[in-house]
Design a protein around this ligand. Structure first.
Ligand code: BGC
Length: 329
């Protein structure tokens, strides 16, 4: 009797067990701290619902394409979540996945609309880059006293014009292009005179920004009144170069009083928020990787249920979920 009961329990258990959906996440580069944070949330929260595996393309579109092909050949995944290395690379990925009829969610690197239009099971989760540029301009406006007619002491040479340097992310990345344009246009719209001394491309990288900032400070530290960085990782590199510049100046002249050029970043990664608390970073704009990850999971669940009405986020124009940015100073 006992044996039969056991058998029955086992049969019921196995009979009722539904298959856990197989989900593959492809990220452009896990050495990018913003992407690392986002993918950790995706894994931690996603594993409650999916059998989830993450693949790191180490910044190579060729490797990412190979990884996707391999997954499609080896198993039948239920859903792909892709952070393309090159946003233009999305075209090839969409064409490939379309043949298998699998839903795909892109994030962080936005495919062109004409590529999204090629397939009826493709979506994008991200944040509007325009908003982050505008928020950076508002933070700077606050920093200089809020009156374009009379800047405060941040205007070191008192010419009522803001001498700024912009550290730009990767060329062609929608966030790098749009943030760089919008921080300037918004400052101008607010009534400020700006003088962009340099736009330095540092590819989102702390190390690259550090090297560029070191070289820059050697030649023009005193002329720069504000530094705008397209992301926090680069801001961290700039802060390190600035601290070393101060040490060097004090070594050269013991009467030198170090003064910091205010820096404004974007992302709100943990190390940047610590710098903000310590006063080394003036402000940042939170690029909410946590909410982006939750929205991706929610959309994934809705797609697998075939029920987009059950979505907890607003789907705009049939393709997009936009997560708002937030200012922090
Ligand atoms: C983030 C950067 C990150 C980049 C990667 C941007 O949205 O602000 O920190 O390096 O995405 O694609």
């Amino acid at each position: 009797m006992k044996k039969i009961l056991c058998l029955l329990i086992i049969m019921i258990l196995f009979g009722c067990q539904t298959q856990v959906p197989k989900v593959h996440v492809f990220v452009y580069d896990l050495s990018d701290p913003f992407i690392k944070g986002l993918s950790q949330t995706l894994e931690n929260q996603g594993k409650r619902h999916f059998d989830i595996v993450t693949h790191d393309a180490q910044n190579s579109q060729i490797i990412q394409n190979e990884m996707i092909v391999e997954v499609l050949e080896k198993e039948s995944p239920h859903l792909l979540i892709v952070n393309p290395v090159d946003r233009l690379g999305a075209y090839t990925i969409i064409e490939k996945v379309k043949q298998e009829n699998i839903p795909i969610i892109f994030f962080n690197r936005e495919p062109l609309l004409r590529d999204l239009e090629r397939y009826d099971q493709v979506y994008y989760v991200g944040s509007k880059a325009e908003e982050s540029g505008i928020f950076q301009a508002q933070i700077i406006s606050n920093l200089v006293g809020g009156n374009p007619g009379k800047l405060n002491a941040v205007d070191v040479n008192a010419d009522n014009t803001l001498q700024m340097v912009i550290f730009k992310g990767e060329q062609g990345h929608q966030d790098a292009e749009i943030r760089t344009d919008f921080v300037q246009s918004e400052l101008i719209d607010l009534g400020y005179e700006i003088d962009v001394l340099k736009v330095i491309i540092a590819n989102w990288s702390e190390t690259e920004a550090y090297n560029h900032a070191k070289a820059l400070f050697d030649v023009m530290y005193d002329e720069i009144e504000v530094i705008v960085s397209n992301n926090d990782a680069m801001a961290l590199g700039i802060i390190q170069a600035m601290q070393e510049y101060h040490t060097l100046q004090v070594d050269l002249d013991e009467n030198y009083v170090p003064y910091a050029i205010p820096i404004v970043g974007i992302d709100g990664i943990e190390r940047a928020l610590i710098m903000l608390q310590q006063g080394a970073l003036y402000g940042t704009v939170i690029n909410d990787s946590y909410q982006q990850a939750l929205a991706i999971i929610d959309l994934g669940l809705a797609l697998l249920d075939n029920d987009l009405d059950g979505l907890n986020y607003t789907l705009t124009d049939g393709y997009y979920i936009w997560i708002p940015y937030k200012k922090v100073t």
